[in-house]
Design a protein around this ligand. Structure first.
Ligand SMILES: Nc1ncnc2c1ncn2[C@@H]1O[C@H](COP(=O)(O)OP(=O)(O)O)[C@@H](O)[C@H]1O
Ligand SMILES: [Mg+2]
Length: 207
């Protein structure tokens, strides 16, 4: 565990639809709290009042131009970082965040054709030097994830994209993890939830 008075750890959960991000974010936050770690659970798009309003625009309107859509995500992300994430980390609170900037690279980049260069510029503008300490990529064949997500019964605009879109998103998350092995770990999300949780907890406590 972090020494008292130090900055909190910033842990992001990434992956396709139905991979188990929200399930893991709840369980991981609860387990960290049991370990005595002060923890804040949050999600994107959203996590601050203005950012939740932008979430409604992103998911409720559209289709957006891919750059416009990425800018909306980063506008929401900037609010989220400024009002929720950065203050928590500075107070020594760990942050478990359900999706973050990698999702924009996977969905708007690999999914919708946004260039990596524009994504990097938006990251620099919106995030400054903030990057996650640990990113857990939940990997699952998209058809299995979609099966889980559809059972949940609240399909959003992204979930309704075709199989090829979801295949590109999955490949993009794996490429991100391969390119940044110090920050990222890939978890096999086809395993039972408790096994995924145990693997995630070990990685989080070592972060
Ligand atoms: N490891 C798992 N094995 C089987 N089902 C899971 C697993 N993790 C989550 N689920 C179930 O799959 C559905 C989607 O999970 P969820 O956490 O909402 O995914 P995401 O947030 O990544 O879209 C939920 O009904 C959840 O209970
Ligand atoms: Mg979710």
């Amino acid at each position: 565990m972090a020494p008292e008075g130090s900055r909190g750890r910033f842990i992001t959960l990434e992956g396709g639809e139905g991979a188990g991000k929200t399930t893991l974010s709840r369980a991981l936050s609860a387990r960290l709290a049991e370990e005595g770690v002060p923890v804040l659970r949050t999600r994107e798009p959203g996590g601050a009042p203005g950012a939740e309003a932008v979430r409604g625009l992103i998911l409720g309107q559209g289709p957006w131009d891919p750059v416009a859509e990425a800018m909306l995500h980063f506008a929401a992300r900037r609010e989220h970082v400024a009002r929720t994430i950065a203050p928590a980390l500075e107070a020594g609170i760990w942050v478990v965040c359900d999706r973050f900037a990698d999702s924009t690279l996977a969905y708007q980049g690999a999914g919708q054709g946004l260039s990596r260069e524009v994504w990097e510029r938006l990251c620099d503008l919106a995030l400054g030097s903030l990057r996650p300490d640990l990113t857990l990529v939940l990997d699952l064949p998209p058809e299995r994830g979609m099966g889980r997500a559809l059972q949940r019964g609240d399909a959003n605009r992204y979930e309704l994209q075709d199989a090829d879109f979801h295949a590109r998103v999955r490949a993009a998350f794996l490429a991100i993890a391969a390119a940044e092995p110090d920050r990222c770990a890939v978890l096999d999300a086809s395993r039972p939830p408790l096994e995924v949780l145990d693997a995630a907890l070990d990685l989080a406590l070592a972060a």
